[in-house]
Design a protein around this ligand. Structure first.
Ligand SMILES: [Zn+2]
Length: 441
């Protein structure tokens, strides 16, 4: 060792002064890059706040492979329908319809892209109406797809007074502006649970869409399947009335009293629901089901055509090229719906988060959770594998929102941040107003 060092030293001294300077600078820079990499890598891991309940140090070594295997790119998973629980059967569904509340930073294309709607359609929409460039936070956006997953109709609620509808006519979209002439009134309804929540709510006079809104607003705080007879909801809505008929409505606030406890969900100016203090209601989601982002071997593509048959064979998730044995994490808090071996999907896990979100993980090797089990964000649920219809080690990862598969890389995920700053004061004013109405006779 000493000998080698000495010969290196001699070698170094034999270079000219100029080259010695260059060599020293290169050595210092390499050292800095090495240190910087090590630090940022640790910071990323720390910021994931992942819990590792079940495994020991040697498992971690598996999760940092030098490189991942190449895998198939034509892996058609046929396990299409996301699993449902008994409560889903009762929920009034508006099939093929999707709702979205515009959030900060959204554009028309960022919203529609995450659902796999293609750029030519988005361009045609903007051609029909350039106002679509100026979406505002809190506005409601909804759309319908046809059986080919092609955009059929878009409705943009510009205000309570105006909505704009875009209907597909061949490759173009036709704009209709709908002005609402009814009057808006505030209503308070009380639902006393007796048997099924949905039936009780219908009896109390709530419409299907109002019921869906109530369920969404409280999804992070309570499990609707665990309501008991005698629990009751107070619901505040704004309803548009025209010639004595109800046209549409907007949920303002909900107060549930269940087992002696009060739960609140109140709509903020951004169109989302928060609790009485303005806190965010979920612990948030991780973007990937692995400790780091692996190479993507196949992208989300709901309109991918099969190269052989030419038929649409959607790829409803993203494939990450992870080596066999990689720990796979639940990306959010939730309940395991499925954990089993199943044909094309191989060993797979489906997890439900609240009432609107579902994630699925396929082609796994070892399953570590059971159906019905509650899991935390960052909990290891399985080790990856190459099972089912798969020609190489990888994990196929899906995110579903309201029964639609969305692009896991770009989907808007529920957020853990509460309301702060000026918006918070505005929100607390709304809360006080709602509380007054809940408690008034
Ligand atoms: Zn896949």
């Amino acid at each position: 060792m000493q000998k080698t060092l000495n010969s290196l030293k001699l070698e170094f001294n034999s270079f000219s002064y100029f080259y010695r300077i260059i060599l020293s600078v290169l050595a210092v820079v390499s050292l800095m890059i090495f240190i910087w990499n090590t630090c940022t890598h640790n910071v990323i891991i720390a910021s994931l706040k992942v819990n590792y309940p079940h495994f020991e140090q040697d498992v971690f070594n598996i999760s940092f492979p030098s490189d991942s295997e190449p895998i198939d790119t034509e892996n058609f998973v046929t396990e299409d329908d996301p699993p449902k629980d008994e409560f889903d059967n009762d929920i009034p569904s508006e099939i093929g319809n999707h709702d979205y509340i515009v959030a900060s930073g959204d554009t028309l294309s960022s919203i529609l892209n995450q659902y796999g709607i293609e750029m030519p359609d988005i361009r045609q929409l903007v051609k029909a109406d350039r106002h679509l460039y100026s979406l505002k936070i809190g506005q409601k956006f909804s759309w319908t797809l046809n059986t080919d997953s092609q955009l059929q109709r878009v409705v943009w609620e510009v205000s309570r007074r105006e909505s704009r509808r875009y209907d597909r006519i061949q490759d173009k979209f036709k704009l209709s502006v709908l002005l609402k002439t009814g009057t808006w009134q505030r209503d308070r309804l009380t639902v006393v649970v007796n048997g099924s929540f949905i039936n009780s709510a219908k009896l109390a006079g709530l419409s299907n869409s109002e019921i869906s809104e109530v369920i969404k607003s409280l999804q992070w705080q309570i499990d609707f399947r665990k309501l008991r007879d005698g629990d009751y909801f107070k619901v505040l809505t704004m309803r548009e009335m025209l010639d004595g008929q109800r046209q549409q409505s907007e949920l303002i606030a909900v107060n549930l009293r269940s087992s002696g406890k009060n739960y609140y969900a109140i709509r903020a100016a951004d169109g989302k629901f928060y609790d009485r203090r303005g806190s965010g209601l979920t612990s948030g989601f991780m973007r990937f089901p692995t400790i780091r982002r692996y190479r993507i071997s196949s992208q989300f593509n709901p309109r991918r055509s099969n190269p052989v048959t030419g038929r649409i064979a959607p790829h409803k998730g993203v494939d990450f090229a992870v080596p066999i044995g990689t720990p796979i994490f639940s990306v959010g808090d939730g309940e395991v719906m499925v954990s089993k071996s199943s044909g094309a999907a191989g060993n797979y896990v489906a997890i439900r988060h609240g009432r609107q979100y579902m994630t699925r993980y396929m082609h796994l090797k070892t399953l570590l959770v059971r159906a019905g089990e509650r899991v935390k964000r960052g909990q290891c649920i399985a080790f990856s594998g190459n099972t089912g219809r798969s020609t190489g080690p990888h994990v196929h990862f899906e995110i579903w929102i309201n029964n639609h598969a969305v692009n896991p890389l770009t989907a808007r995920l529920p957020c853990m941040r509460g309301i702060s700053g000026e918006a918070r004061q505005n929100y607390l004013d709304r809360v006080n107003e709602a509380l007054l109405q809940f408690n008034s006779r």
